[in-house]
Write a protein that binds this ligand. Sequence first.
Ligand code: G6P
Length: 608
Amino acid sequence: MCGIVGYIGTRQAAPVILDGLEKLEYRGYDSAGMAVYNGTSIEMVKAMGRLKVLFELTHGGETLPGTAGIGHTRWATHGQPSDLNSHPHMNTEGTISVVHNGIIENYIALKNKLLKKGYKFLSETDTEVIAHLLDYYYKGNPMEAIIKVMHRVEGSYAFGILFSEFPDRIFAVRKSSPLIVGQSKEGCFIASDVPAILKYTRQVCFIEDQEIVCLRRDGLKFYSVDEEEIEKEPVTIEWDTNAAEKGGYEHFMLKEIYEQPKTVFDTLNPRIRNNEVVIEELGMTDEEIRNLGKIFIVACGSAYHTGVTAKYVFEGMARIPVEVDIASEFRYRDPIIDENDWVIVISQSGETADTLAALREAHKRGSKVLGIVNVVGSSIAREADNVMYTWAGPEISVATTKAYSAQLIALYLLALKFAWVRGELSADELKAYIKDLRRLPDQIELLLGCKGRIQKFANRYIAAKDIFFIGRGIDYAISLEGSLKLKEISYVHSEAYAAGELKHGTISLIEEGTLVASVLTQESLYQKTISNIVEVKSRGAFVIAVTNEGNTEIEKAADYVVYIPQTNRYFTNSLAIIPLQLFGYYVAVGKGCDVDKPRNLAKSVTVE
Ligand code: G6P
């Protein structure tokens, strides 16, 4: 959701910025732009549409001379996608240029004030207010103007700012929106996310909320909002640069689906030692684990779906009550959190605005927060009391696959740890669970082998209008994710339903030929869900079933069956999701959709 890249150094800035913006395409955007100091003034090019348009307008950046500039991919919030609403935005004289990620909540009041002072606005955006406000406060000292703006502005922001009177500097500042800075021998960078600059440097610093950075060709300086200088040590990013490339796959999504055996292994392996679960970063004493009252799991999107699975696993295995909440609900629902309760927030990006707000809400209520996060150094990782990283590497496709799988593993490990410490598991049971966990990467690999078959099946459904996913217990949680994967990338309407709830309304939508995908991995619930399959079949549905190897009885009820290898009842999600991911992917490919960058969606939802 909005991407920022800035560069100041010895190279021509525009090609570096374009290259970085390309790496941020995954965040979702509808327009793009750049502003570069060309030796005498700030030159700006911006256009609605894909980066390709900006690329063509500037011949890959070549026609924009200069070695200091800022760039942006915009995901429209205030004002529709258009050339004028695209960033950067400038003051009237064109001497101050700004790119912004986030939302300025009090922009109307600020705009009215500026209009009264005679400022003219060209766009409908909240960001243009910042360009004029900077102009209003600027009296020859950029830092002073930026700080005054920070005091006036409410909401979330990451800004990259260029002043033509200070062409040897770029300024950056953030509050509740992601922004990192990097440094190499060839200059300094700002970016919304690490992949944008990984090609140029691995030395990265994280900007804290309300800190200001001044970038020059030869170095960075950090300041507090009181203009006090702050010392920072860069962090070395270990990610493989190839991880952010497609590596021969048609889409990042397919590549990431195929990376899942490795991701699962990487999340699991360092935390299993001699048949014990060791989560060093957990930061909870055994005493605290034994005293745990309740766990709140809070997240958005697919991360929320892993939480729904975890509820069954934690409650079943460790006998700890769990409440799962969508972050945007949790933050406003006045939850009752007791002294011995913990909040677990789950987030791939570590920047999802609602999840971050939920974390802060939990802190306000005195609760400890454990973050399950993929992006190292992200806001959630830094604000949570303890962090368990998922080590999935960069995930580029908007629709998550490998990060989802890694989150499941992290949650299984936590459940096992809690169950063991609380005396709910014998040593033999723990050993058996660990054995099952260790088999998951190979079993996922095996399932990926069914790709051709799923593709053929998916091709029959590219014209489908509605698809329903049903399951009970953990199978319901899997259905939620299977349904989301399909709808977000293929734009086919789909709904996930707890199978037993079908009769209370949704069954009226079943017609001759409607596809119903049923998930049956919970042995104790087979018969119940089979009854639901029979009900929809008798109303004309075509039923696909995803079930455990050996459950051949299903062939009497379902029209098409995909079997998953045997594992214990708690870990089946990690396997059953693979054919469902492939199904969503191939329906989208068959329809010619932009799989990695689905319309209207963003990878990292940094606004409320
Ligand atoms: C967006 C993404 C989803 C993701 C959700 C939560 O909607 O498209 O794939 O599950 O945000 O993101 P997070 O980074 O917090 O896991």
